[in-house]
Design a protein around this ligand. Sequence first.
Ligand code: ADP
Ligand code: MG
Length: 322
Amino acid sequence: DNVANQIAAGEVVQRPASVVKELLENSVDADASEVHLVVSESGKTLIQVSDNGKGMSETDARMALERHATSKIQKAEDIFSILTKGFRGEALASIAAVAKLNMRTRLRGSELGTELKVAANEIESQEFCQCPEGTTIKVQNLFYNIPARRNFLKSNQVELRHIIDEFERVAMAHPEVAFSFEHNNSELFHLEPSTLRQRIVNIFGKRYNEKLVPVSEDTELVKLEGFVGKPEFAKKSRGEQFFFVNHRYIRNPYLHKAVQKAFEGLLLDDSHPSYFLFMELDPARIDVNIHPTKTEIKFEDERVIHSIIRTAVKHSLGQYNI
Ligand code: ADP
Ligand code: MG
């Protein structure tokens, strides 16, 4: 049922950046300490992610490409991963339905790897290969079989911006992992493993040096860590504003207001604070009723979290008495 696959895939793979996000997250999930992203023409012709993660067996590699193969919900943890990743173990299958996909993977400690070639969701071949430990997935000619989708893509500049956004979010959520990003043969990012503070500076520039105020709060409900930009550093244009929940980037306008409230009285008119805030909380306390793009999530205890964020940020700003 290729048509069904294509329709389902079209909902989840909206643009090259969706592919980038899923592949990068898979690499991080596979415990990689190094992840390399190579893109051509803003992902329209090539998106390749290589990692030195745990790799897949021959069988797992094949199953990873089959729809529903991994879509069992077994525990709260799985519900959360569905909430945030959105693909129910279908990301690779969805990508394979709308592009040419080549996967080379070798299990750690295994002698040989396996190489799979897929086009329009049909596995064309699977063979042994000499390849490094870890996984390389190459996605070519995205939407080649869905002209309507392909024509709907925005300019290379816009699509590249979306890819950079996704790359930055994953890289920020995992500062202990090395990431690189090459676009049309020029290197856009080369990030060594580092602290979160250093990673923020490496991604967003030296202007953040000395400008980050740590935020830290540990309650029964939520563990909050991260940084806010010093108020005098706030910009007229929207600054860098990031929430992460259990290491996944999320959007939440209500919690955004909590940060704004904490900055009240400290900012010049219509300037925007920067923040990089990481929450860890029990996945079971996240509302299942969410936005289809899955970056917008709600919490059971949203008001409490709002108040924790506001208080913690305010406290941090006061401590650094600015
Ligand atoms: P999900 O990540 O939601 O499980 P995906 O379609 O993204 O679904 O991936 C399917 C499965 O393929 C994963 O659960 C994982 O077991 C395996 N996999 C995907 N990418 C990698 C990778 N880079 N390294 C190791 N295993 C991977
Ligand atoms: Mg995945």
